[in-house]
Write a protein that binds this ligand. Structure first.
Ligand SMILES: N=C(N)NCCCC(=O)O
Ligand SMILES: [Zn+2]
Ligand SMILES: [Zn+2]
Length: 318
């Protein structure tokens, strides 16, 4: 197939021109896209440091150095699939309920023709509407959730839609396949032992950050893949899964996290899974240094796009 690829960095310096993700064409510059990258600049659901509303712009800016061939996965994602940047889904910063509806509608519109979606957030609140849109198309999905936090808490200050509650809401709504839910990278203090009991009751299995250290990447990948099986799976990556040394630019940092190498290698272990979509959230550039967090998030999004491109190539192979 012939695709419209990124701007050629040997012809136009990579630091020139406006930033789209990986210098890809905008969605309105291509006839149709197989994979769409969209931003959701929304952070009204945070419980601590604000600023993830600036995540999409920062990750796009930090993605200028990405190149078109992924040697780890052996794929040229922008050749085997038409990938485009759809810009941002607009979400009301003053009305969280309305924002959640807009994100769901925006994701549904971008995937209505069968395109698969990678979203750059934004705080973790947005994964709920993104999962709703994924479940509308695929039925209840498996989930691999990379995060320092469980994000299965009930409410904050009485609010149901926050960045600490999306996955409890998703289970309650029946949009997740409760046989196939995993958290990866969990660590740090909790409010009490009940947090873990509730989480288990909702159906989650946990690979803690300490497990990743002790078991190492290959064993972790085997366990996660076994839990997902051949189900459609959604990948949600809160950048705070990384140690603050790898990703300082985030709102609720916790010590003792994954390295970016561990995270990327785990993702690369998912090459043959039926990935239906994903997000990378909680990038808050005000606390970043030297684009460390932006670059890590850009690489995570590139890996998500590459996994989706491989799936697209498999589905369209004759
Ligand atoms: N970063 C995310 N998504 N959630 C963190 C919530 C932690 C807390 O407020 O206790
Ligand atoms: Zn988190
Ligand atoms: Zn989170």
């Amino acid at each position: 197939m012939t695709t419209i690829g990124p701007t050629d960095s040997s012809l136009v310096p990579r630091f020139a021109g406006p930033a789209t993700f990986a210098r890809l064409p905008r969605l309105d510059e291509v006839p149709a896209a197989d994979i769409v990258v969209a931003g959701v600049p929304f952070d009204s659901g945070v419980s601590y440091r604000p600023g993830a509303r600036f995540g999409p712009a920062h990750v796009r800016e930090s993605s200028r150095l990405l190149r078109p061939y992924h040697p780890g996965l052996g794929v040229s994602p922008f050749e085997v699939a038409q990938v485009a940047d759809a810009g941002d889904i607009v979400a009301n910063p003053f009305r969280i309920d309305e924002a959640v509806e807009s994100v769901q509608a925006g994701a549904a519109a971008l995937t209505a023709d069968g395109a698969r979606l990678v979203v750059v957030g934004g705080d973790h609140t947005i994964s709920l509407p993104l999962l709703r849109a994924a479940a509308e198309r695929h039925g209840p999905v498996a989930l691999v959730h990379f995060d320092a936090h469980l994000d299965t808490w009930d409410t904050y200050f009485g609010a149901e839609y926050t960045h600490g509650t999306p996955f409890r809401r998703a289970v309650e709504e029946g949009i997740l396949d409760t046989e196939a839910l995993s958290h990866v990278g969990t660590r740090g203090p909790l409010y009490g032992p009940r947090d873990l009991e509730d989480d288990r009751r909702l159906g989650f299995g946990i690979v803690t950050a300490a497990d990743v250290y002790r078991l190492r990447v290959d064993e972790v990948v085997d366990r996660l893949r076994a839990r997902v099986g051949d189900r459609p799976v959604y990948l949600s990556i809160d950048i705070d899964v990384l140690d603050p040394a790898h990703a300082p630019g985030t709102g609720t940092p916790e010590a003792g996290g994954l390295t970016s190498r561990e995270l990327l290698e785990i993702l690369r272990g998912f090459a043959d899974l039926d990935v239906v979509g994903g997000d990378v959230v909680e990038v808050a550039p005000a606390y970043d240094h030297a684009e460390m967090t932006g670059v890590a998030a850009a690489h995570v999004a590139y890996d998500l796009v590459s996994l989706l491109a491989m799936g697209h190539a498999r589905r369209t192979a004759v």
